[in-house]
Write a protein that binds this ligand. Structure first.
Ligand code: GLU
Length: 481
């Protein structure tokens, strides 16, 4: 390997919120740069001004930052190779297009959309793959001048010389393309803006990008891009194409399967660390088989040539499980910070910060998403609706149990968890010995009265946390049911 500094880039188009697949591409580029002591660049590919928006650009910035995939150079932080937004580079591309024309690698094309549509139709009728007819390849200077005088603005096409093109993909190994299947393709549109294939090459060349790591949906662009590099006399970067991410039904991952944008995952209550860990596993496998790893551990174990060239399945179930694992082990104060916005329908001011942390601590065990806390903590903030447990509460056993509980609660030291815990144990024993009630039946009655449910968090902790007047209030409501 040469001692050239590794420079990679992530080049999203701001025509949508940051897709989870783009986040994976960003992660692998980030990890590769980290591993190689290289630089990781963010470039915004907004040449299609109609489809690009500031809002999507902001979403891309925010989502990458939330995931911790901070870039060394980019539109906001600058760098030596700017500007990093293609729309600010429009004056750069025509120079290189002209250079290709001058060297005989490109030519002006005056065909209208209608002309090209006709060519497409004929190819379709003849059942042959479409290739541009090269109608404008040999126009004379006089003919071109005449067309221009009529006000026709040409596009610029790259002239594809037919040859077998071979490149060694970092992920997929040796790939061969027959360039005779590629027609002469546009590099500049008639409105003076570059096409994707041209802009990406000019930018990667000028930004000294050494490795292009991206999804295999771009693999058909790679031969065209290599031809442009060669024509420009530029060094061709190394390419690595990642297998695609498919939905569990093996179709293209789309919104009907669940969230696909990083910001939507975050809104649903996925933790960014869990998301990052999960997407790393879509193509990368830990050498020790331990899948739960933070980004530093993944970086240490990351080898680009070991990435999987086959497609990965996005298992939402597995992501949910993994998210639950992260929720269980996350620092409680940090978790509470993330959880509170999800509970904004409740008056959380009723509790101190410490109590809120305690509520999250005792309810986090079974949840997979932060939004699950809305239901699982509801009884701390709202008096229950007893519909579901009405029958249970009206049983002889419950009435009996709650009558005594109402009296006993006066003797509980509600600030002292141990005291509550021990008194509840005595309470169960009392009913077991005196009335033969099963301990769990005794507790169902207490739980149903205080929470409106038959299962939930640790009962002693709930009693400790609920304000005493609310406990009394609920016991009174239940008595009157
Ligand atoms: N703007 C392209 C995309 O969003 C980037 C392709 C590339 O990495 O070359 O798909």
């Amino acid at each position: 390997m040469s001692d050239e500094k590794v420079r990679v880039r992530i080049a999203p188009s701001p025509s949508g919120n940051l897709h989870i697949g783009t986040a994976r591409t960003a992660l692998f580029n980030f990890l590769f740069a980290k591993k190689m002591g290289g630089e990781y660049v963010l470039r915004i590919e907004d040449t299609d001004l109609d489809r690009s928006s500031e809002e999507y650009k902001q979403n891309i910035f925010d989502s990458l930052k939330a995931l911790g995939l901070n870039w060394d150079e980019g539109p906001d932080v600058g760098g030596n190779y700017g500007p990093y937004k293609q729309s600010e580079r429009f004056d750069i591309y025509p120079k290189y297009a002209q250079m290709l024309i001058d060297k005989g690698y490109a030519y002006e094309c005056f065909c209208s959309n209608e002309d090209l549509d006709k060519e497409h139709e004929i190819a379709k009728e003849n059942k042959v793959p479409y290739k541009y007819s090269r109608k404008c390849l040999n126009l004379t200077e006089a003919e071109k001048a005449e067309l221009k005088a009529k006000g026709i603005k040409p596009s610029i096409r790259f002239k594809v010389d037919y040859k077998e093109l071979i490149f060694n993909d970092l992920v997929k190994g040796e790939l061969k393309f027959d360039t005779s299947l590629i027609g002469d393709f546009a590099i500049m549109k008639s409105n003076g803006t570059p096409t994707y294939n041209f802009a990406v090459v000019v930018d990667d060349m000028l930004m000294n990008i050494t490795h292009v790591i991206r999804g295999e949906d771009h693999i058909s662009n790679t031969p065209k891009q290599i031809l442009i590099y060669e024509a420009l006399g530029a060094k061709v970067p190394k390419f690595g194409h990642l297998g695609m991410i498919l939905a569990p039904d093996r179709s293209k991952l789309s919104k009907r399967h669940g969230a696909t944008a990083v910001s939507d995952f975050i809104k649903e209550g996925y933790l960014t660390d869990a998301l990052l860990n999960f997407v790393a596993l879509l193509g990368w496998a830990p050498s020790d088989g331990v899948e739960i790893k933070d980004v530093d551990a993944i970086a240490a174990d990351f080898r680009i040539n070991e990435l999987s060239s086959s497609n990965s399945i996005f298992e939402y179930e597995k992501l949910n499980w993994m998210n639950g694992q992260y929720i269980k082990k996350m620092d409680i104060s940090a978790l509470t910070d993330l959880a509170l916005p999800f509970l904004n329908m409740y008056d959380t001011n009723k509790y101190t910060r410490k109590q809120l942390e305690h509520i999250i601590e005792i309810t986090r065990e079974p949840i997979t998403l932060l939004k699950d806390l809305v239901f699982d903590t509801q009884y701390f903030f709202e008096t229950p609706n007893y519909d579901e447990v009405k029958e249970l509460l009206n049983s002889e056993l419950s009435k009996d149990v709650l009558e005594k509980f109402r009296q006993d609660i006066e003797n509980y030291n509600l600030d002292d968890y141990e005291d509550i815990h021990n008194k509840l144990a005595d309470f169960r024993t009392y009913f077991k010995e005196q009335k033969g009630y099963k301990p769990k039946e005794t507790m169902w009655a207490v739980r149903a009265a205080l929470t409106g449910r038959t299962k939930g968090a640790d009962m002693a902790a709930i009693i400790q946390l609920l304000p005493k007047e609310e406990i009394i209030n609920r016991l009174n409501i239940v008595k009157a049911l």
